[in-house]
Design a protein around this ligand. Structure first.
Ligand code: AG3
Length: 285
C-alpha cells in the first residue's frame, strides 16, 4: 500500500494508508491531495497536512460553527475565512437564522475539487442561496470590506504556507474591524501539545484587541497530538460563559442534529487543563 505521511511536526510524523487517490495536483497556492483511507474515509490534505476527513470532520466543524453561533444567539451574518472544503459552510447554514454566509477562500481549486470529491463533507452548501463565495486573500478582505459580521470563523490551515498570514496582527485587527457590535471571532489554533506557540501567539494578539479573549477545545482524531484549541475573541464579555439553560433553549429552537456538539459539551470545552491555560498566558518567544 502507498502511504501519505504528514510532516507537520519536526519529530513526530503520522501515516495514513492510501486506498485510492481521487485527485492530486499543485494548485496556484499549494499541493493538494484527496484520497480514501480505511479509517478516516475520504481525506483532504494540503501541503502535506491533513485538513479534513469524512469520518471526523463533524467534530471540528460543529465546534467551530455552533459554539459561537449559539453563544451569540441572534447571528444573521457569518464570515468564514478559508474552509474551501465547504464543511464549515455546511454547518453554519444549518442555522435557519443565518441570512448570509460569506466564504473568503484564497484557492478556488480547493472549492472546485470539494464540489467534485467531498460532497459527503460540503453537501450542497455552495449551491445554497445564502452563500456568497469570494475568491480572495482573507487578510485583504477583512481590511477592506465595509460588510459587518456577527460571527467570523477562521477555518485556516496551519501557520505555514498560504495560511501563515491568518495568524498575524494585521489579519486579526481586520477581523475585529468587520465584526458587528456584539460579534464573536473564532479561530483554529492547532494542537497545543505539539503547537503551543500557535495558541500563545494568537492569544497575545487577542488580549490586546478584545475585551474577552478565551479559548476552548475538542479532540479531533485526524489532528494528531491531543486536543485542538480554538481561539475566541469578543468585545462583549460573557459570551464565553453563557448559561447552560440559555444554550439549551437556543440549541433546541435551532433544531440541530449533531454528533459532537451539545450545550454541555460547549460549556465543558471552555474548561482548560493548566498546561493549556499557561500557554494562553505565555508571552511569545
Ligand atoms: N483546517 C485546520 C487544519 C489543521 C490541521 N492542523 C493540525 N493537524 N495540527 C481544517 C479545514 C477544515 N475545513
Amino acid at each position: 500500500m502507498d502511504w501519505f505521511e504528514e510532516t507537520l511536526h519536526p519529530g513526530f510524523h503520522s501515516r495514513l494508508g492510501i486506498d485510492r487517490v481521487l485527485h492530486e495536483t499543485k494548485t496556484d497556492h499549494q499541493h493538494l491531495i484527496i484520497f480514501d483511507n480505511e479509517e478516516f474515509g475520504r481525506v483532504l490534505a494540503l501541503d502535506g497536512v491533513v485538513q479534513t476527513t469524512e469520518r471526523d470532520e463533524f467534530i471540528y466543524h460543529e465546534m467551530l460553527a455552533h459554539t459561537p453561533i449559539l453563544a451569540h444567539g441572534r447571528a444573521r451574518n457569518v464570515l468564514i475565512v478559508g474552509g474551501g472544503d465547504g464543511g464549515m459552510l455546511e454547518e453554519v447554514l444549518k442555522h435557519d437564522s443565518v441570512e448570509t454566509a460569506v466564504q473568503v477562500e484564497i484557492d478556488d481549486t480547493v472549492v472546485e475539487l470539494a464540489k467534485q470529491h467531498l460532497r459527503m463533507i460540503c453537501g450542497d452548501a455552495y449551491e445554497d442561496p445564502r452563500t456568497e463565495l469570494v475568491i480572495a486573500d482573507g487578510v485583504e478582505y477583512v481590511n477592506e470590506t465595509d460588510r459587518r459580521f456577527d460571527i467570523i470563523i477562521v477555518d485556516s490551515t496551519d501557520p505555514i504556507g498560504p495560511g501563515e498570514v491568518l495568524f498575524g496582527q494585521r489579519f486579526y485587527g481586520g477581523c475585529k474591524q468587520c465584526l458587528a457590535d456584539g460579534g464573536i471571532l473564532v479561530t483554529q489554533n492547532g494542537v497545543p501539545f505539539v503547537q503551543g506557540e500557535e495558541l500563545s501567539n494568537t492569544m497575545q494578539i487577542f488580549k490586546g484587541l478584545f475585551a474577552e479573549a478565551a479559548c476552548y477545545r475538542a479532540g479531533v482524531p485526524a489532528y494528531i497530538g491531543g486536543d485542538m484549541t480554538f481561539g475566541w475573541g469578543s468585545d462583549t464579555p460573557g459570551y464565553a460563559d453563557v448559561e447552560l439553560d440559555t444554550l439549551s433553549a437556543r440549541f433546541n429552537a435551532a433544531g440541530l442534529k449533531t454528533d459532537y456538539y451539545t450545550p454541555k459539551v460547549h460549556k465543558g470545552a471552555f474548561a482548560l487543563p493548566p498546561f493549556i491555560a499557561r500557554l494562553m498566558d505565555k508571552a511569545p518567544d
